[in-house]
Design a protein around this ligand. Structure first.
Ligand code: ZN
Length: 106
């Protein structure tokens, strides 16, 4: 199987609500802050029931061969999830946060 990164228009809210953040072995649910979940075949958060459709990893953000290997391992464990670039995810959620902050300024 080959992989390429594709730019596509997204609903960042949909991603934010259905994402799991993983390292090599374990997952973190941003919804309920549950940590240390085994990710093999995981489809939803055992703690809050959040459905997972997207996955990202901070360790994949560096790029290069190691990041690629990590992504391949994650893809094997979570084949149904779309792997989102961590840098993109952080940039967009950070932007959203800034917008919310501005809204609160009278
Ligand atoms: Zn959760």
């Amino acid at each position: 199987m080959d992989y390429i990164r594709i730019w596509t228009e997204v609903d960042i809210k949909d991603i934010q609500e259905h994402i799991i953040i993983v390292d090599d072995r374990y997952g973190f649910c941003p919804g309920c802050k549950e940590m240390g979940m085994r990710i093999d075949g995981l489809k939803k958060c055992p703690s809050c029931g959040r459905e997972f459709k997207f996955v990202t990893s901070r360790e994949a953000a560096q790029g290069g061969g190691r990041a690629f290997e990590l992504i391949m391992r994650v893809k094997k464990k979570l084949p149904d999830l779309t792997f989102v670039d961590y840098g993109d995810y952080e940039r967009l959620t950070g932007k959203k946060k800034a917008e919310t902050l501005f809204k609160n300024i009278p």
